[in-house]
Design a protein around this ligand. Structure first.
Ligand SMILES: [Mn+2]
Length: 348
């Protein structure tokens, strides 16, 4: 088995997992190996992964590592529970590296039980501006390649999932270029997320209760989509519902059009200051009707509360523009200075 010429030392996944659960950083060569292994696995996967319930959906985490640990405490630890993560693992929070590292190890260790969909933040361009790039340099040093290693891996993440053949899961939403899921299957996904086109729309779009059809999104990428679009997509593809993440929900989740579209948001007290709740969505097998789903709502973990206190005590939160290192890491100053579209900047 070990007789081949591969000179790389063998990875001890269990040791990596143990360290990662404790929030310890792994060495750059180990990160490199983990990402290489995962790319080998993901390159074989189709753009849409098909999975069976029971499964628990997790929305945006955004580097809130201690809240991810809280999710496992509340929802159950892998591999006892199957998880489908809907993207946006990095940026904004202080622990993007710890978060994505743990998810990579879990996917490698339990490939059938963990699935990771790409979010709009799993991109070179977005992570350069919203914290992950800075965090990589801060924690691994200016000469480090970890940001390049992670963002290369992001190009391999799948774009969508279908649960039990009737629940469509994606980070953002629908696209005028995606009438049937066949048009997702033909996308060449192994690249940086483009600015427009179907791949961009899947990670950027949002539902809008006031719309019937599509409208260009105020986010600057993707579309807002209405009920007619949703009805047609569900009917043509024989789906019952759409689950997606991507938008902050004060109550942790949001149900659109009697549950035809559902948002799962899993970053409580987003950016350690929004005061919102979070949820995971548990999908049970062999149950039909409204009891098939449960949004399990939770608040920020005590550790994340401490981060919140750090932000609050860091002084002059809104006055000292440009002088707060934490805000610089989060890149929030920029969003406050740029008053043109504060909502879009802050919540993307
Ligand atoms: Mn997003």
């Amino acid at each position: 088995m070990n007789g081949n010429v591969d000179t790389s030392y063998s990875l001890d996944l269990d040791e990596c997992l143990e360290k990662s659960y404790k929030g310890q950083l792994l060495s750059e060569p180990v990160i490199d190996q983990l990402c290489f292994k995962l790319k080998e696995l993901l390159i074989k996967e189709s753009n849409i992964v098909h999975i069976q319930s029971p499964v628990t959906l997790v929305g945006d985490i955004h580097g809130q590592f201690y809240d991810l640990l809280e999710i496992f405490k509340i929802g159950g630890y892998p591999p006892n529970i199957n998880y489908l993560f809907l993207g946006d693992y990095v940026d904004r929070g202080y622990h993007s590296i710890e978060t994505i590292t743990l998810l990579i190890i879990l996917k490698l260790k339990y490939p059938q039980r963990i699935n990771l969909i790409r979010g709009n933040h799993e991109s070179r361009q977005i992570t350069t501006n919203y914290g992950f790039y800075t965090e990589c340099l801060t924690k691994y040093g200016l000469a480090s390649q970890v940001w390049a290693i992670f963002t290369d891996l992001f190009d391999y993440l799948v774009l969508a999932a279908v649960i039990d053949n009737d629940l469509f899961c994606v980070h953002g939403g629908l696209s005028p270029n995606v009438q049937t899921i066949d048009s997702i299957l033909v996308i060449d996904r192994f690249k940086e997320t483009p600015h427009d086109g179907p791949m961009a729309d899947l990670v950027w779009s949002d539902p809008d209760l006031e719309l019937l059809n599509f409208r260009i999104s105020s986010r600057g990428a993707g579309y807002q989509f209405g009920i007619n679009v949703v009805n047609k997509f569900l009917q043509v593809n024989n789906f019952e519902k759409i689950f997606r993440a991507h938008q902050l929900c004060n109550e942790g989740y949001q149900v659109f059009w009697k549950g035809k579209v559902n948002t799962v948001w899993s970053a409580p007290n987003y950016c350690y200051r929004c005061g919102n709740k979070a949820s995971i969505c548990e999908i049970f097998s062999s149950i039909q009707g409204p009891d098939r789903f449960r949004f399990n709502v939770f608040d920020a973990s005590p550790e994340s509360e401490k981060e919140f206190m750090r932000v609050m005590n860091s002084g002059g939160e809104f006055e000292n523009e440009g002088s707060n290192p934490i805000d610089e890491l989060l890149n929030l100053n920029e969003s406050r200075i740029n008053k043109k579209a504060p909502y879009v900047e802050y919540f993307m």
